[in-house]
Every structure is written in structure tokens, then in C-alpha cells.
Design a protein around this ligand. Structure first.
Ligand code: URA
Length: 265
């Protein structure tokens, strides 16, 4: 059976049980190339399919097949990627992306490991009521922390573990006035300051859907993002900041997958 949106079937996955999930389809080949450069393998990287926003590569980490599939931006397309990969036997999902920090002690290029997400998306509501938490699986959080701790000195970065606010929109939902209408509806006006006081670390757009689905399905989900801007300090997104945040999140996520594969019984 070929799943409809991802254009993949079970045979193509070669038993892969772990998937890295960037949002941007252009990041799938980058992650695959980084895996190949780090671990080397005649099988790696192999492009499997690219349909709409879903771009998939099959890679090998220390002999184990690992999938890289882009989710597109936001909850609806993320829900499709997670559901269809789960149908094909994937059990562990790690989002690897970029984020805007909202605390002033977080530097550009640091990584944020999401322990749980504020559910400001819409898609996760179609999986579980709003009272249900969007939490990362403890195995994945532990692997991401170990990976970040081991890489932090060499990469000259800090890592932060905590709560992420995950929104459906980049502009209004993240209280950005620099948008077409510049109007932020009352519900979101002042929210960034409230999240800051509640010790939320950052904004991104996929973790609420991913973590709610994984927990509800009995699968393992996690999220690591590289900081590309900071709303507290006023540092805006630039090409260099994007490159730095993206690279560090990717390197840390790959190491975490290696740790998870080693820990497998
Ligand atoms: N991704 C987001 O969702 N928000 C940001 O500010 C940066 C990256």
C-alpha cells in the first residue's frame, strides 16, 4: 500500500522505525547529507519520494535505517506526515526545526529541547481535547539532552529544555505586528509577555500537533529547534542566524537518533 500524500510504501522504508521531521522540504537532503558525512554508508542518502511538501530520504545510522521526512509548515500537514509514517511502521518522531526565542537569556544558535507545548494549533484538537497535554516522550527528551550536552562545548552553544508555545500562524499567533494588517486580535495581544512570565522558552509551529498525536497514538515524539531570532532582545531572523540555528539543531538531532538506536533492546 502506498500512502497517499507521502508517496511511500513499507518496502521503501526498509524497516525504518525512527524519523527525523524537518518542516522545510529543502532541509531533508541537507539532513541526509549530514548523516552521510557523519556516519558514511553506501546506502546513504537515498531520496525516496517528493510529493507536495513531503520530501523523504532514507539514511543509515550505524547500520539502522532512519527516515527523514519534511512536514511542511504547521499542524495540518504535520498531522498527515505523522499519520502516514505511523501507518508504515515508524514509532519514533523527532521534529528538527527553527524557532524564535522569547527569553532574553537564550542566544541565537542555541537549541531548545521541547518538554511540552502550549497547544495554540488547531490540528491537535482533532486528536484530543485541549485539556490533554502535548508532551514529548521521556526517551526522546533524554536522548536530545544527552546529545546536546555532548555537542555543546564543540559547537559553542547552550541548550535549553522546557515549554514551547506552538502556533498555527507565524504572524498573529506569535503576536507579530509587522504583518500585512499589523493588527493582532485581542486574544493574542500581550500574550508573548504572558508566555515569558510563565517561563515559556520559544515559539514554533509544529510541536503541539506532533506531540499530541504521538502521545495519543502510543508513539514516541520529540522536538529540537535551533534559535534563529529572539523576540525579547529584538534580534531578527537573518540568513546567517538561520544557517546557524538550523545546523546546530540538525547535528544535535542526528546524535540523539544515534543514542536512541543504541538504546534499543
Ligand atoms: N519559527 C517560528 O515559528 N517563529 C519564529 O519566530 C522563528 C521560527
Amino acid at each position: 500500500m502506498t500512502v497517499y500524500h507521502l508517496a511511500l510504501d513499507k518496502e521503501m522504508l526498509q524497516g525504518a522505525r525512527v524519523a527525523l521531521l524537518p518542516g522545510d522540504p529543502c532541509r531533508s537532503p541537507k539532513i541526509a547529507a549530514e548523516i552521510a558525512a557523519t556516519y558514511g554508508s553506501p546506502l546513504s542518502p537515498r531520496p525516496l519520494a517528493h510529493h507536495r511538501e513531503f520530501c523523504t530520504y532514507l539514511c543509515t545510522i550505524r547500520g539502522a535505517p532512519v527516515l527523514v521526512t519534511s512536514t511542511g509548515i504547521g499542524g495540518p500537514s504535520t498531522s498527515i506526515a505523522v499519520d502516514e509514517l505511523a501507518q508504515l511502521g515508524v514509532e519514533t518522531f523527532i521534529r528538527v526545526g527553527t524557532t524564535g526565542a522569547i527569553q532574553d537569556h537564550i542566544a541565537i544558535g542555541d537549541v531548545v529541547i521541547t518538554a511540552g507545548s502550549v497547544r495554540l494549533d488547531g490540528a491537535s484538537l482533532q486528536y484530543a481535547p485541549i485539556e490533554y497535554p502535548a508532551v514529548a516522550h521521556h526517551d526522546v527528551v533524554a536522548a536530545l539532552i544527552r546529545a546536546a550536552a555532548s555537542l555543546a562545548p564543540a559547537l559553542n552553544m547552550a541548550y535549553h529544555v522546557g515549554i514551547t508555545t506552538s502556533t498555527d500562524t507565524f504572524y498573529q499567533g506569535q503576536e507579530r505586528h509587522a504583518s500585512f494588517s499589523s493588527y493582532v486580535p485581542r486574544r493574542y495581544a500581550g500574550m508573548t509577555e504572558e508566555w515569558r512570565k510563565l517561563r515559556v522558552l520559544n515559539y514554533e509551529m509544529e510541536s503541539a500537533t506532533l506531540l499530541t498525536m504521538c502521545t495519543a497514538f502510543g508513539l514516541r515524539g520529540g522536538c529540537i529547534t535551533g534559535v534563529v531570532n529572539n523576540r525579547a532582545t529584538g534580534e531578527a531572523i537573518t540568513a546567517e542566524r538561520l544557517r546557524l540555528g538550523e545546523a546546530r539543531a540538525i547535528q544535535t538531532a542526528i546524535r540523539a537518533v544515534e543514542l536512541l538506536i543504541h538504546a534499543a533492546p
